[in-house]
Each structure stands twice: as C-alpha cells, then as structure tokens.
Design a protein around this ligand. Structure first.
Ligand code: ADP
Ligand code: MG
Length: 401
C-alpha cells in the first residue's frame, strides 16, 4: 500500500472531529462525513463483495465524503486496505481477495462497542494503537453469513454507528430461507412449496427426514432444488433429478449450512424488482427478467458473476404484471422490516401468478448488477443510488426504531 493511497490521516479531519458533519461551529468548515466501506468477509461471497466495494468507492464523491476502506479477510480479520478501487476488480476471471489488498503485517482494525465512541482504531502488534478518527456511517458491502445476516449489523448497533441497509432482524430474515418464507406467508405473499430439514432432525433421524422429502417429491414431482437455508450466490444449491441424487445434494447443501430446504421446481420466468427507501417511503424500481441460462444448469454463481448474465431491464411484462410485481416487492420489503434497500426475486409462473423466491438485503451491487441496473432504468444513477443509501443511513437514528 503506497502512502498516497492511505486513507486520510486523522489530523486532516481533526478540526471538527468531535462534531458530526454539518453541526460544527459556523467558523469551522464542517468535516466531511466519513464513510467506512466494509467488505470481503468470511462468506463464500468474499470476492464479489470486494469487487462491489471497489465500485461503491469509485462512485463516492470525494468532495462530499471521506472514505475509509476496511477489508475483512476470509478468516475474519479486519484490516485497513488501500483506497485503490482499481485493484478491487475481477481480473482474468479471478475475483480479488482482501488478503492481497491488506498489508500482510498490518494491524487489526477495531470499532469500539461503546456507543459514545465512534473511533476506528488500528492496533499494531506490540505498539500503541493508532486512532484513525470517527466513522459517521458504515456501508456494509458484505454478502452472506457474517455480513448480510444481522451479525455485523448487531455489532454496529452496539457501536452506535449508523449503517446502510437492513437492521438486525431484517438482515437475519433475508438470510434464512426458512424464516423468510414463514414471514412472507404470514404477510400473505405467495411462496412455492418447500420442506425444511433442521440439523437436529437430520442428525438424529435421517430415515424420517428422507421419508418426508420423498413424500414431498411424490406430491410435487421431480426435479427438486436442495438448498442450504443460509447461503447465497447459488452456493450449495443442487437441482436433483431423482432420488439417486438426493444424498449427494443434501451433503453439498449441508457443507454450507446444517439446515437445508427442499423445494419443488418452479417453472416460469425469473423476475426481479429493486426497492429503495426514499424520504417518503420505499419505492419499487422497474422490474427485470433473468433469461433462462443455456450454458449453466441454472442461475448459478458463474452465470451470475463471472459471465454477468445479461438480465433484461425492464422485464417484458404487461402493465398489470409490472404493477403487481412492484407491489409485491414493496410488500416484501415491509414484511421483513427492511431499511434502505432490498432486491426481491420472483418466479412468474405459467399461469400468470407471481411467487416470491427470496429477498436480498444486500443484493449484488456492482454497476452491472441487476439492482443498480434496475434503478438506472428507473432514473437513479449508480452514484446517486450510493449517495441516497448513505444519506438515508445518516438521517436514521441509531438505536431501536
Ligand atoms: N424452486 C426453484 N425452482 C426453479 N429454479 C430455482 C428454484 N430455486 C432456485 N432456483 C434457481 O436457482 C437460483 C438460486 O436460488 P436462490 O434460492 O435464489 O438462492 P441464492 O440465495 O443462492 O441466490 C435462482 O435464481 C433460480 O435460477
Ligand atoms: Mg437468489
């Protein structure tokens, strides 16, 4: 990391460090809000998270914000990284890694859990910790477990630092495909048929769990989708054609999460819709369609990110279908108590009805990802989207809401 790329030193902002942006004495130039972009992390979506954070950092207007890039390594260490978005891109079909961006012997970054202290501290082994100054807002650009699932959000609540996006509960709901479906059902949103197998059942009585799955298959037919309950980016998901493939698919799902789901194949079109919180409440974007993939078995990790499958924006739907899916997307946002943003994913069945597949509280967010593309088409550019999310977080009070 070259010194030019180091985040701004605390001295440069120390003048007004005690007062939040905009509330400094009139003789002082208010310091810019400092945005900590947190990325990487322990989930299988580590690399994509780095790519996304790079895009967000590029889009942040540096005359408005100070940026503090904080990478979380795959083993969970928080490290300061270079403010160098160019190094955070996909190169030769390879996603970047925080370990390559952080200084090997760099100190660990910590955030105080004292809500009265918003300082970010870097602790070098064997030396006095360096206080990097206050953080005004965190942009948790993390996907999957330990980032999008409420755990990081809980830490930020304890720290008293505002953050972009869903809170603890909404994040946890959005990460757990079982509870997500239960919440949707209780709010009247249509979900497809599914069975859940919990770890205790699988460990104590596999024959009973298998029998339940076979009964489900007899009722709904093959193929089945076997999924980890808390996954993402299609990791650990298998489309199983018949009973012979079941055990292997369950093992694969359980490599990602000991709790797994079995779903029937939903035939139809895949439609997505973005929801963004405006001053007057959540609004839905124009919807998009993910065309069926030909080179992959389904919309899996490679199809999603490496080949950046071309989604159709806007989705070719009738006016009624468009209105319906937008209404359902906002309903899903409200049902899960989301904040800031969500991407709601649907299947449009052959009989013309929508079924909600899932929500993503931190959806793919590179400029070519569906969520930003849907908002672009709805008149909100990528930089404006990033800005809106940060402003919404800054305006939101911390603590229970
Ligand atoms: N029940 C299903 N029927 C048909 N396709 C499915 C079903 N479940 C998942 N898929 C396909 O697999 C992809 C990933 O599944 P999803 O539940 O969205 O998991 P993830 O959280 O990993 O994105 C979907 O986008 C869709 O293409
Ligand atoms: Mg999905």
């Amino acid at each position: 990391m070259s010194s030019e790329n180091l985040p701004q030193s605390p001295e440069s902002t120390a003048g007004a460090a005690q007062s939040p942006a905009g509330s400094g004495r009139s003789s002082e130039r208010p310091r810019k809000p400092r945005v900590a972009v947190v990325f990487g992390g322990r989930s299988s979506e580590h690399g994509i998270s780095v790519v996304t954070a790079g895009a967000v950092m590029s889009a942040l207007d540096r005359s408005t914000y100070d940026v503090l890039p904080i990478g979380i390594t795959k083993d969970g260490r928080w490290a300061l990284t270079a403010d160098d978005p160019a190094r955070m891109a996909i190169t030769d079909r390879r996603v970047p890694d925080v370990d390559e961006l952080a200084e090997p012997a760099g100190g660990a970054v910590t955030l105080s859990v004292d809500p009265g202290n918003r300082d970010v501290v870097v602790g070098e082994p064997g030396s006095v910790p360096t206080v990097l100054g206050e953080v005004d807002v965190v942009f948790p650009m993390l996907h999957g477990p330990y980032g999008e699932d409420g755990t990081l959000q809980g830490l930020l609540e304890l720290s008293g630092v505002p953050y972009v996006g869903a809170g603890v509960l909404a994040s946890a709901i959005g990460q757990d495909k079982e509870y997500m479906k239960r919440v949707f059902t209780s709010f009247g949103l249509p979900v497809g048929p599914y069975e859940v197998v919990r770890p205790r059942e699988w460990e104590s009585d596999r024959p009973a769990a298998r029998k339940r799955i076979m009964e489900f298959a007899a009722e709904h037919g093959w193929p089945l989708f076997v999924k980890p309950a808390r996954g993402g980016s299609s990791m650990g998901i298998t489309k199983v054609e018949d009973a012979a493939g079941l055990d292997e698919a369950i093992e694969e799902a359980r490599r990602h999460d000991p709790k797994f789901l079995v779903e029937s194949l939903l035939r139809g079109r895949e439609i997505e819709c973005g929801v963004l919180e405006f001053e007057d409440g959540p609004r839905a974007s124009v919807p998009a369609e993910i065309p069926p993939v030909t080179s992959h078995d389904f919309y899996d990790f490679e199809a999603k990110y490496i080949d950046s499958a071309a989604g159709l924006v806007p989705a070719p739907l009738t006016e009624e279908q468009t209105a319906e899916v937008r209404r359902l997307a906002v309903d899903a946002f409200e049902a899960a108590s989301c904040e800031g943003l969500v991407r709601a994913d649907f299947f449009l069945a052959e009989d013309g009805t929508f079924v909600i597949n899932e929500i993503n509280t931190m959806p793919g967010f590179t400029p070519i990802s569906m969520y930003p593309r849907m908002w672009q088409e709805s008149g909100v550019s990528y930089p404006e989207l990033v800005d809106r999310l940060i402003q919404a977080a800054l305006n939101r009070s911390t603590g229970l809401r």
